[in-house]
Design a protein around this ligand. Structure first.
Ligand SMILES: Nc1nc2c(ncn2[C@@H]2O[C@H](COP(=O)(O)OP(=O)(O)OP(=O)(O)O)[C@@H](O)[C@H]2O)c(=O)[nH]1
Ligand SMILES: [Mg+2]
Length: 211
């Protein structure tokens, strides 16, 4: 099922009320969705509002696909232009950059079927369950090749990892000092999960627990 929402535009004095209700409706639609197709305007570039909506979808644990619309209006459509745009976009959404970006034209119907295909693909990625044995085989190897830094004189040992039975892919890492594992190492583990298993467009949650 596709839900179309009214555009969330920059605040405008006269239209403030209308704007307010369209935002509420868009957020409600987001709550009902498995995956959100966030439509950007190629000509306008990436606005702060786009980033806010992206972050909201991440917080809500939604699958995400970025559609750069009106690509027909971009004069120079060489691979470099698309690559530069995508790189700029990914800088703005870092550290969660494993998100499909598709250059479309609603007007000329370019890659619109592709957009739906990829969105369905993201829905499948979101349902992915990794067997505990496979998860430990891969992730304990990653832990071996790059250990969490020593904190207050004690070394941190991650002993075991399992995926939790939640809608948003969530992973619990069991360690001797779970509270001493900091964001950079959490990001390392997330990147390793993404490098080894396909979670494109899917927010991942990581928890550290005492063992
Ligand atoms: N050149 C070009 N124009 C487009 C494209 N997509 C939409 N437009 C134009 O952009 C304007 C707005 O299009 P809409 O489809 O109404 O946009 P929307 O995001 O659904 O707007 P709301 O639902 O009102 O928030 C229209 O004039 C469209 O013709 C595109 O891919 N290329
Ligand atoms: Mg519309």
């Amino acid at each position: 099922m596709l839900i179309d929402t009214a555009g969330i535009r920059k605040k405008n004095k006269e239209k403030d009320d209308l704007e307010f209700y369209s935002v509420i409706r868009a957020i409600k639609a987001m709550d009902e969705a498995d995956t959100c197709l966030l439509v950007l305007d190629a000509e306008k570039g990436i606005t702060a509002q786009d980033i806010n909506i992206f972050s909201l979808a991440v917080r809500k644990g939604k699958g995400i696909v970025l559609l750069v619309n009106k690509w027909d209006l971009v004069a120079d459509k060489s691979t470099n232009t698309a690559r530069d745009y995508e790189n700029e976009l990914k800088k703005r959404i870092a550290p969660f950059t494993d998100v499909p970006v598709i250059f479309i034209s609603a007007k000329e119907k370019t890659r619109i079927h592709k957009a739906i295909e990829i969105a369905l693909d993201v829905c499948e990625c979101k349902k992915r369950r990794i067997a505990t044995s496979k998860l430990n085989e891969v992730m304990l190897k990653a832990v071996e090749s790059y250990h969490a830094p020593v904190v207050r004189g004690h070394s941190i040992k991650i002993k075991y990892v399992m995926q939790l039975p939640t809608h948003v892919p969530s992973f619990a890492f069991f360690a001797n000092f779970p509270d001493d594992i900091k964001t950079p190492y959490r990001n390392y583990l997330e990147n390793q999960l993404r490098a080894n298993f396909d979670f494109k467009g899917v927010p991942i949650r990581i928890f550290f627990r005492k063992k």
